[in-house]
Design a protein around this ligand. Sequence first.
Ligand code: AMP
Length: 190
Amino acid sequence: MLNIIIFGAPGSGKGTQSDRIVEKFGVNHISTGDVLRAEIKKETELGKTAQEYTSQGQLIPDALMVSILAKVFDGFKDSKGVIFDGFPRTIAQAEALKNMLAERGQMVSVMFDLEVPEDELMIRLIKRGKESGRADDNEETIKKRLNVYHSQTTPLIDWYKKKGIYQHINGKGTIDEITSEIGEIIKNIL
Ligand code: AMP
């Protein structure tokens, strides 16, 4: 099974590229942000908890996030592969993902890091907020999310570099250029 992590700051294009990879390679997509937004919309207990954190631009606690992830992942048992979008976001989540996959005889195949300059991220996220109405795409929350990304999530770059599965991608290229760069790397893995 192909287990792909798509990594990058909020607004780096993880969702867009995930959709393309799903189409090209027939893998399943797990976006933890989408899972949480669906729960918030349904007003479940989990949704209420998630809302408290997401509205502040903070991360959902690791233990809760890991249990949600495992449940969703086990729903894709006979899948060709999975693309993890928005997970892991902390070292603890990366450790948990490694263990969860190992328990199932699997491992992460590759981690793509979409790097986009900060000023470009701000522009993209403010635009997305206006177009989609996503509650956390307002200037104040965006700044908090970018701070959280720098302090809690970027340490994963070195973590995956050490595992030898890190792939840097220039996230400022066109959507098509980025898809084909990612696609070539996946083809080589296959
Ligand atoms: P995203 O759509 O991936 O930008 O996620 C939106 C929000 O959901 C984040 O700002 C977090 O509050 C929460 N979230 C999504 N994925 C995770 C995760 N792996 N760990 C903790 N919180 C998460």
